[in-house]
Design a protein around this ligand. Structure first.
Ligand SMILES: *[C@@H]1O[C@H](CO)[C@@H](O)[C@H](O)[C@H]1NC(C)=O
Length: 465
């Protein structure tokens, strides 16, 4: 029994694991990381300026000493280098050529015959220090997280220069002790500062990552990470859900998504890959929430009902009545990516409605199947799209009209699509959809490529200051 239960639990966990394929992946290559390193290096330099060291004291027999008010006067370097560390599931931050000059007060007591106490100031200098920090990347609330897993700091030597009174004699006795003590202390404090920078500042920054964006005020696109970032020797990969849901009514989707093909060249900083899943969830929630509905009255579409209805039946039966065309999606549109093209197959119900003084009747009901070609592009770091062509087919579902002029019916539907439906959909496409990098990174050298099942973006980027 217990074995069966464990087996079931295992199966459930496995199937959940498989269901959670990402709708989008973002790979940051070593080139992207080198760029991030420049930014991180500057932040680290200013953080190291502000290290504070606690007071130090020690004693040996009748001799005792203390160093207080330790202040950093200035630092030199350091050089920083971030590299990928697949083994640690994260990155290695290497800091080298770190130098610092410090100033402090000292006090010492000793007894030869009398008890003597003396005090003064001391200058300390550090050069050629190096730090190696390893940090692991994880996932927290759908965002990346980072935590330092180890830190070593090596300070080769410390220069000490005491100032004041009888110090020379006395302090020479302690010089070695103080040097080792301060060196050890500094090594610990530098690591503490760097670890803190990573565990709080860097982690907090990552926790701010925007993982939901609004589309057309009615939809929300969820970019939350579905697992911890994957690290290879060539890139860090974020796997984002990429699910679109109706604002205030989040539903899981039953669509499946094809995995992105592996990236084989790494000359750009970022590689984004979107499969059809986000677009199809978008189309699905748009349909089920009646977003794809357009009611067009004759005021907007100047058609002559006589042209549509050659026998003049409408005019006779409903004199001086108004015509309305109601278009609504009949099923969720289906989005396909292939060979530099995005196509959408949609089916709509079109009702031709007549409003007379006394009644509202629907003498004609049609089904219109539309095939739409969309040209995707990256504009201002957003994914945009514009409809470049479409074709449609009309079938009559119900007609009370004795005779329909098919050419006029086609013209009527084309006019409705061109003048009402397309401008509204293109406006959403023109505004574009924010990517997780929007507002943070400015894209340069961007290439967009549509292949079977996936849309890929290769780009360089720079931080928006
Ligand atoms: C279109 O008209 C129908 C019937 O009156 C109505 O149910 C629907 O909400 C309307 N849709 C829009 C977008 O106005």
């Amino acid at each position: 029994m217990a074995a069966t239960v464990s087996f079931l639990i295992l199966l459930l966990t496995l199937s959940r694991g498989f269901a959670a394929e990402p709708g989008m992946t973002i790979k940051t290559t070593t080139k992207g990381i080198d760029y991030a390193n420049q930014i991180a290096g500057n932040a680290l330099r200013s953080k190291l300026q502000t290290i504070t060291l606690p007071d130090q004291s020690g004693s040996e027999g009748s001799k005792s000493w203390s160093i207080t008010n330790i202040r950093i006067n200035g630092i030199t370097g350091p050089d920083t280098h971030i590299s990928l560390n697949p083994g640690a599931g994260g990155v290695t931050l290497g800091i080298s050529n770190f130098g610092a000059s410090l100033h402090a007060d000292w006090r010492a007591r000793y007894r030869i015959i009398f008890k003597v106490s003396s005090s003064g100031s001391v200058d300390l200098s550090v050069s050629g220090a190096s730090i190696t920090l390893v940090a692991a990347l994880g996932e927290k609330n759908g965002r990346p997280s980072i935590v330092a897993s180890s830190c070593t700091c090596n300070i080769p030597d410390i220069g000490i220069k005491f100032h004041g009174g009888l110090a020379a004699v006395i302090l020479n006795i302690f010089r070695g002790v103080i040097r080792n003590k301060v060196r050890g202390l500094l090594q610990d404090e530098v690591c503490k500062a760097v670890v803190e920078q990573v565990n709080t500042r860097a982690d907090a920054k990552l926790a701010e990552m925007k993982v939901t964006v609004e589309i057309a005020k009615k939809f929300v696109l969820d970019y939350g990470l579905i697992r911890a970032p994957a690290i290879t020797s060539n890139y860090i990969e974020l796997a984002n859900r990429g699910l679109v849901y109706w604002k205030n009514n989040r539903q899981e989707s039953t669509f499946t998504s094809a995995p992105c093909p592996p990236v084989t060249e790494f000359s750009n900083m970022l590689y984004l890959c979107l499969n059809e899943f986000p677009a199809n969830t978008f189309a699905y929630v748009a349909h089920v929430n009646n977003f794809l509905q357009y009611n067009i009255t004759v005021d907007k579409i100047p058609v002559s009902s006589q042209l549509l209805d050659p026998t003049g039946q409408l005019q006779t039966e409903f004199p001086s009545s108004k015509l309305e065309i109601r278009i609504s999606s009949a099923a969720a549109p289906s989005v396909k990516f292939e060979n530099q093209k995005v196509t959408v197959a949609a089916a709509a119900n079109v009702d031709v409605v007549v409003h007379s003084q006394s009644s509202v009747v629907t003498p004609l009901q049609l089904r219109v199947s539309v095939s739409v070609t969309v040209q995707p592009s990256i504009v201002d770091g957003k994914l945009a799209g514009i409809i470049t062509a479409y074709t449609f087919n009309i079938s009559v579902r119900k007609s009370d009209l004795a005779n329909i002029n098919e050419a006029e019916l086609n013209a009527l539907i084309r006019q409705a699509i061109d003048e009402v439906v397309l401008p509204q959909i293109n406006e959403i496409g023109r505004q574009g959809i924010e990517l997780p990098s929007s507002g943070v990174l400015r894209f340069r050298n961007t290439r967009l490529n549509v292949q079977l099942g996936v849309l890929k973006v290769a780009t360089d980027a720079e931080f928006m200051g």
